[in-house]
Design a protein around this ligand. Structure first.
Ligand SMILES: NC(=O)c1ccc[n+]([C@@H]2O[C@H](COP(=O)([O-])OP(=O)(O)OC[C@H]3O[C@@H](n4cnc5c(N)ncnc54)[C@H](OP(=O)(O)O)[C@@H]3O)[C@@H](O)[C@H]2O)c1
Length: 359
């Protein structure tokens, strides 16, 4: 039996109030002070994972009692030490690799500092997140009858870790790619590292508005704390894959733009009769790409630091695609705000696009 653990943490005060009602009656500062004194603990045992190859795995969700703002405001050394203690809990349970969820994947240079002080391999899971974002986007393009070889792609947040990998993998399939970021020098450096046909095949832009006004397919993956894509500027008929958390696409887009398809990044179905035994967001038996990567590495017996730091490589994105297929992970359909997008919803969007063209 192969084994793994995955670190999670409360996302807000509501999460804590599910167990301790008093959390809602005292100030967030007091809740934070109390929470951070608690040791990490096992939340649930993950059972029933069985690869297509027959290999079985089990794992544990381990809670790190820190709130999102504490991961960025508290001293890095303190946070990394807290994560190391959670890794000890994981190892004591029998885990052979630890995946880093949500803000635990950001602390200490994306798992780098942690990997240097623990005696168990760690991974952020961001490689498979990238793989699934690309797969979801290409599937959505197909459903919307968009032919990439005739379409323009925009990657918003392209200078980031996930963004640069998406741009490098996807650009060769599109007639034109617009990479969008805030730093011109870093954009130009990236531009030189993307293979496309001819000069016109790639454009660097610092204007999100301008890029989304031209693109048929958009992958958005910035680290912005508020929305960066508003309803007004999007091209009619576009699809947008919103990988960012918090989301990049304003909620208003779904309300005001019935001629645009917005999908979530990365939910997958794990192989076997899987019970996570804890409600962490996705429907039963499904998980985010980062959890998926940790399970895949365990099933593959690749007990090594896999995705660490900011460098997600094209080779690894492709390797994860191959390993996911080998072990029986599949995309959990196209989703928006965790809900499945039905064929009839896609048909409605398509007919709105046609109506718009007639006008
Ligand atoms: N859905 C999932 O399962 C999942 C998994 C992992 C990560 N994520 C999310 O993916 C996003 C990116 O992660 P990452 O690891 O690639 O981050 P990253 O390496 O820090 O890259 C962030 C990118 O966003 C840009 N950016 C930051 N603030 C911005 C703003 N206000 N406006 C426009 N651009 C901005 C940065 O540009 P500069 O170079 O100018 O700073 C950079 O290009 C995050 O939201 C993260 O939470 C989601």
């Amino acid at each position: 039996m192969e084994t793994f653990a995955f670190l999670i943490h409360p996302l807000d005060i509501d999460d804590i109030a599910k167990k301790y009602k008093i959390a809602k009656r005292v100030s967030p500062k007091v809740v934070g002070q109390v929470v951070r004194r608690r040791p990490s603990f096992v939340v649930s045992e993950i059972e029933g994972i069985q690869s297509k190859t027959g290999v079985k795995a089990k794992g544990w969700f381990i809670a790190v009692p820190l709130l999102p703002w504490q991961f960025t405001k508290l001293e890095e050394e303190y946070v990394v030490e807290k994560l190391a203690k959670a890794c000890k809990v994981a190892k004591k349970e029998g885990a052979k690799i630890v995946g880093l969820g949500a803000f635990t994947a950001i602390a200490g240079g994306g798992g780098k500092a942690l990997s240097e002080i623990v005696d168990i391999p760690v991974t952020t899971g961001n490689t498979y997140t990238t793989t699934t974002a690309i797969q979801g986007t290409m599937q959505a393009a197909k459903e919307m009858d968009i032919d990439p070889s005739q379409a323009t792609l925009a990657v918003v947040g392209a200078t980031g870790s996930i963004g640069q990998a998406c741009a490098k993998v996807m650009a060769p399939d599109f007639i034109k790619t617009i990479i969008v970021g805030r730093d011109k020098d870093r954009l130009n450096e990236l531009k030189d590292n993307i293979s496309v046909f001819g000069e016109e095949g790639i454009e660097a832009s610092t204007s999100v508005e301008d890029a989304v006004g031209k693109a048929d397919v958009i992958v958005t993956v910035t680290g912005a704390t508020g929305s960066v894509i508003k309803p007004g500027s999007i091209k009619s008929g576009a699809i947008i894959c919103d990988v960012a958390r918090p989301r990049d696409v304003s909620r208003k887009v779904s309300v005001e733009r019935d001629d645009v398809l917005v999908i979530d990044g990365s939910i997958v179905k794990a192989p076997g009769d899987v019970s996570f035994n804890f409600d962490f967001g996705p429907p039963p038996g499904m998980c985010e790409g980062c959890v998926g990567e940790t399970i895949i590495l365990a099933l593959e017996r690749r007990y090594e630091n896999y995705t660490i730091g900011k460098n997600i490589t094209v080779d690894k994105v492709k390797e994860m695609e191959m390993l996911a297929e080998k072990h029986g992970f599949t995309l959990a359909g196209l989703r928006r705000h965790e809900q499945l997008i039905t064929i009839s919803e896609i048909d409605k969007i398509k007919s709105k696009i046609k109506e718009g063209k007639k006008r």
